[in-house]
Design a protein around this ligand. Sequence first.
Ligand SMILES: Nc1ncnc2c1ncn2[C@@H]1O[C@H](COP(=O)(O)OP(=O)(O)OP(=O)(O)O)[C@@H](O)[C@H]1O
Length: 597
Amino acid sequence: MVGPSNHKTPNETEAILATQDNNTSADHALNHSKLFSKLNVEDLENLQSTFNSQSLNPSTFSRYTCDQAQFNDFEELRKQIEQCTNSQPQCNDTTTPLSDDLLQEEMNKLKTKFEEQCKKYTEDIQKLTSQHESHLDSLHKEYENLEKEKDTISSQLDDAQSRIHKHKQKISNLKSTISTQSEALSQLQTQQSATQQQLEETSCTLESKLQDIDIMNGELSVAKSYIAELEAKLRAEEASRRKLHNTIQELKGNIRVFCRMRPLLGPEQMEDPLQINFIKEDEIELIQSQESANGSKTVTKSYPFTFDKIFEPKATQSEVFEEISQLVQSALDGYPVCIFAYGQTGSGKTFTMEGPDFPDSDTIGIIPRAVLQIYSTVESLKLKGWEYVMEGQFLEIYNDTINDLLGNGDFNKKHDIRHLPNGKTIVSDLTTVTIDSPEKMKALMKRAGQNRAVASTQCNDRSSRSHSVFMLKLSGKNTYSGEVSEGMLNLIDLAGSERLSQSGSTGDRLRETQAINKSLSCLGDVIYSIANNEAHVPYRNSKLTYLLQNSLGGNSKTLMFVNISSCNAHFQETLCSLRFATKVNSCHIGVAKRITK
Ligand SMILES: Nc1ncnc2c1ncn2[C@@H]1O[C@H](COP(=O)(O)OP(=O)(O)OP(=O)(O)O)[C@@H](O)[C@H]1O
């Protein structure tokens, strides 16, 4: 219990505490102890409550203050207050009692001081708290930044680790590749050394081969010059062959005559055959048996004939062509060549020149065979530098008028015959066809056949009532020597030479026969004039003779086929034909000239 005499006023308490301020810190504890001993319990409890109202406790203080000395003072003061509060009765027993007012005053002072100090401490603490909070905020931000940084670094780390892992994987793969490559490299090196060795060996072989090639090149150039020499020789020989061939043709006579007798056909085989003896290949004898004037005996008369060649009825088309193939060659060599067939109607002229109505490869006549031969010869001549162009024209002389057999069938067109100074004969406005294939030749023959005037007579159901002339122009050029040649092959199928009395023709047919006979008679006149070396040769008397002027007059190599029948009934016609042919054969018409540039 605290008596009223022990109770101190705040002023007293403050005074007690004020004394403290004048003392050194070493005396603080003792002074406080003395002071507190003067305070009663109520004073101390007031003091304690002041502390508590300031919300000041040591733990809070220690959290915020950095001043250890202040804290220690404060703590000491608090402990003393606490101690005095707890031990008030004893203090009251040992200390000198103070008056109540003084104590109260002391207490008030002390309280005020504490309150001020507490306020100051509180302000400090607030300041410190604010500093601390700001510091804490910045730390917090820093922490957050660091956290972020840590996250970034962590993600970078993860990324780096993943990359490291990948790199490691890559490195491992590379290592494995390097190991494989190293192995391959070593194998390649082994191979390379083997190849190197092979290369060296090949190089040696190559060198020896090159030496061989050099030797072979030398041999080749020798062979080439030998070939060139041979080719030159060949060309020279070809030229000489042409010359010799021409000489032979000349020696054989300019107008040569071949006689061909056709076999008995169909019903003719029941008739009397012509009596003929084939004495030699160029000699025949025609026999005529006649009753004597009184009819008591049979008189035989012999008519011998000699020609360049005589073909018996069994002679094939190929055998006949073989004999004239040299003339076809002459045309290729640049000579004008003329082959014509003469004979009575039905004696085999068309068969000889063209072939039968439906020919095959065995029965085709001279015209298609000549074209085929020219084709094959042109091919072989290419090796000798010759290149040829073949152009064909086909005309007929009907009633002394020229018709174009390759034209459109319009026979009203007028065609003139002209002889050039170089020996060439030209017919105006004729269709010219380039014959560059055997098919073209066939088409050409077909067209001519369609256009050709054919009329039936009593003598022959396929009798041509016109002279047909196939003209083949052969233009050649030698690419080596530059030599140019222009040959001409005229293949003429004359109309039948039967006598008017036998033909039984009347009207138009009679006029046709008269025209045919006139032209053939003109042909005879020309032949006779040439054979008798007459100054004037009547070529212009007919279209036929005018067309054949160069062929008969010396520029051409000319061959006549005289076709005869096997029927005895045609004896007189046959005799006439053979006599005419003999006259032709005797014609010496000069030397054929080759057309070259
Ligand atoms: N050597 C032969 N072998 C077989 N048949 C032939 C022979 N010669 C002619 N003939 C045939 O005799 C017939 C008459 O021949 P071709 O038509 O050739 O006579 P041609 O003299 O031309 O008559 P034309 O003067 O009337 O034109 C034809 O049927 C023909 O096929």
